[in-house]
Design a protein around this ligand. Sequence first.
Ligand SMILES: Cc1cc2nc3c(=O)[nH]c(=O)nc-3n(C[C@H](O)[C@H](O)[C@H](O)COP(=O)(O)OP(=O)(O)OC[C@H]3O[C@@H](n4cnc5c(N)ncnc54)[C@H](O)[C@@H]3O)c2cc1C
Length: 446
Amino acid sequence: METSGMQLGDSSRVAVVGGGPAGSLVSYFLLDLAERVGLSIDIDIYERRDFSVPGPTGCNMCGGIVSESLVQMLATEGINLPPTVVQRSIDSYVLHSDVGTVYISTPLQEMRIAAVHRGSGPKGALGTRWGSFDGYLLELAQEKGAHLIRGRVEEINWNHSRPQVCAKDRPPQSYDLLIGAVGVNSPSLKLFEGLGFRYQPPETTRTFIAEFHLGLEAIKEQFGASMHVFLLNMPRIEFAALIPKGEYVTMCLLGDEINRGLVDAFLSNPVVRGCLPWELASVGPACQCSPRINVKGGYRLFGDRVVLIGDSGITRLYKDGIGAAYRAAKAVAVTAIFDGVSGRDFHRHYWPACQVIARDNQFGKLVFMVVSIIRRLRFLRRGVLRMAEKEQLKEAKERDMSMVLWDTFTGSAPYRNIFWRASQPAFLLRLGLEAGKTLASFKLRG
Ligand SMILES: Cc1cc2nc3c(=O)[nH]c(=O)nc-3n(C[C@H](O)[C@H](O)[C@H](O)COP(=O)(O)OP(=O)(O)OC[C@H]3O[C@@H](n4cnc5c(N)ncnc54)[C@H](O)[C@@H]3O)c2cc1C
């Protein structure tokens, strides 16, 4: 096969800037594949955070849902998330709306998602028995042979056509390949913009996360193995959920520039106030943050010997960002080991994987557009709930709405697949009938 001539060889050096899921997984896969083909490469992972520290300094701020598709994909790689990392295995959800509440169990026993803390738990979480998800992946990469360099990368430039990395208080280091996996929540993307391959960072929006300490017993009693999801007529909130984790519940709000006013409006919404015996607003968060999320992928993600992955590149809209990081990491590792590390190699072998995610996001936009219409129209909200309620009856054969909702909320299936299932005539007919009945009952009452 024709190669670019820019290959990794024995003793080649790779720098991975960022030790989040994308950085750790790409390091793990590179070392794993190199070992299989008898190649000895050196990998330095630069990471500024210490994931063993509770609170924001050790956390890569996220809802912490690991989709079941990712749980399964990781298992096929021999990566089984340990019970210390999986805070709760979630197999059902409770959908709350102003027109009712419905408990929805997943139809298949194996449909479980993992709820994890990205760091070692919220601020003040002392002696916690839970481990960090990011810390676990980073350790896996280290066990494979990657070297962790704890510190912030402050400058990246070129040294005789090789990328050169300058970390705080360390001499500059040159590499044969530089992988950017810095996410979107640091100014570090700027370091790559100046490298001359016309990289443009992703577009982002602000989200909100808060952790409430309720205690193990209360969490078990109130949540069991369910997460709570809200279908409310609140503009700009695309997704709102309460996700149980150990002694805490994580409140996650995704949407368009979520600000303090919107958070307060959500917490004081009667549906949210009524869904638990305590008001979350009066419990007060143990920890909270407003991270940015990638809503439109970056542009020109690679050049010769440089490539960007994970949130710094193209990720999945709103859901399963960690799953998208896994796919990008795998595609880059395969390209670098088997094809080469030139811009042309990445264009041929990594870019198609990015395009699959980007195309699926177009369907994701349609799915969220439909959800926002449903959120606005009361009779449609009630129709969705009625359809899901009926599916939960023992004798019910169809579980289409339950599955569409589960996959939309958890990110466990491609958006294209969700859209296709939700646009089937039988599905639309059932929804139309339930919505129609609701409309008729509103008219009778009104
Ligand atoms: C509110 C919210 C909820 C989310 N919920 C989910 C969810 O439930 N499930 C899901 O799958 N995804 C979720 N996501 C998306 C998910 O968080 C990201 O897709 C995922 O973290 C991307 O991984 P990454 O490794 O690319 O980036 P990150 O996880 O951001 O990691 C980047 C790493 O780079 C390090 N770094 C940055 N700059 C430097 C530097 N200069 N030097 C050294 N190190 C550096 C950072 O410390 C960090 O560890 C959510 C995102 C948000 C904002």
